[in-house]
Design a protein around this ligand. Structure first.
Ligand code: ZN
Length: 344
């Protein structure tokens, strides 16, 4: 079968690899009908060291179940399913707490062990706990929106939940990528009174306004911090969603939180020490977050996509087939495309 393999920074290839197959009795096999390229795929695209054999890419997909292992109980052949970016058994103590990304039998897609979703097919470990059946056909017009349940919508929602977004709250979203835009959707959905987005790509901040952002701040660093404070009674936001992961964006996120506020981090951190430690201490700012348990959020978010209340599928602005994936990486890396959907 054909699959996407990254060999080193900037070197993404479509290759013939051994067919995905069942390995464990708890596995399922899906034929991928929709996948996409993630902002987090751009980190290795920028700085991956060359590796032997390369790394299979992709962790977001919708597919049709082709085969299930002997111990799979709930997932059925022929079902249209969405996969979260992490697999999980659905039964351990962390899964029961709704933290499937910490599952004791879990792991992440897009590794040599499990394979990647930017491919014709994919093995799904812990199929019963991982896959979520969708009540639509594989060619439904809502596919782009449903595909965001794999990662970006649930990730933006997680940032909002961790940051304590709710009715009457002043919210700031750092980052105008697909996750930041989904963070705006989530904040609006959870009843935020004001939503400030920090970003400098006008087409993206325009979309953010359509999703519910009330203010746009294009400035960065200290200037950006001052602008957000000025927009929020001089004190900063109650809830801040950090959707980038760079040092500067993390520092900004902490500095624009008001005393007693909270920051939900979902941008993959690009360095070990956390910036803004003193600012968070002296302002009693709670900082939390991590890999979003998107599997836990599908049930809550799916109905709003099905009835059109939210339209997260609008973050996709380009569609490619598998052969077009390498150029999709280039386009996202050069900020020519916001988020690229793949139809294998
Ligand atoms: Zn678990």
């Amino acid at each position: 079968m054909k699959a996407t393999v990254m060999h080193s920074a900037g070197d993404v290839r479509i290759e013939d690899v051994p067919d995905a197959r069942l390995v464990e009795p708890t596995d399922a096999l899906i034929r991928v009908t929709r996948a996409c390229i993630c902002g987090s795929d751009l980190w290795p695209y920028k700085n991956m060291e060359p590796t032997e054999g390369g790394r299979p890419m992709g962790h977001e997909a919708i597919g049709v179940v082709e085969e299930v292992g002997a111990e799979v109980r709930t997932v059925k052949v022929g079902e249209v399913v969405v996969m979260p970016f992490a697999f999980s058994d659905g039964t351990c103590l962390f899964c029961e707490d709704g933290l499937q990304t910490e599952c004791v039998h879990g792991g992440f897609f897009g590794s040599p062990e499990v394979g990647g979703a930017q491919a014709e097919a994919l093995r799904i470990p812990q199929a019963d706990g991982t896959l979520y059946p969708l009540p639509v056909e594989a060619d439904d017009a809502l596919m782009p929106g449903l595909l965001t349940l794999s990662d970006v919508l649930g990730t933006g929602h997680h940032a909002a939940v961790i940051a304590g977004v709710g009715p009457g709250k002043k919210v700031a979203v750092v980052g105008d990528g697909a996750v930041g835009l989904c963070g705006v959707i989530a904040a609006k959905r959870l009843g935020a009174e004001q939503i400030v987005i920090l970003g400098r790509h006008e087409d993206r901040t325009d979309l953010a306004r359509e999703f519910g952002a009330t203010d746009v701040v294009a400035e960065r660093g200290e200037e950006g911090v001052e602008r957000v404070r000025a927009l929020t009674d001089g004190f900063g936001a109650h809830s801040v969603l950090e959707c980038v992961g760079l040092d500067q964006s993390t520092r900004t996120a902490i500095e624009i939180a008001r005393p007693g506020g909270a920051v939900g981090r979902v941008g993959v951190p690009q360095s070990e020490p956390m910036p803004g430690g003193q600012a968070s201490f002296y302002d009693n700012v709670t900082v939390g977050g991590g890999p979003a348990p998107v599997r836990a959020y599908i049930e809550e978010l799916l109905p709003d996509i099905l009835d059109g209340t939210i339209e997260p599928g609008r973050v996709f602005d380009r569609t490619v087939d598998l052969e077009g994936v390498p150029d999709g990486y280039r386009a996202m890396d050069e900020r020519e495309a916001l988020k690229v959907m793949v139809e294998p």
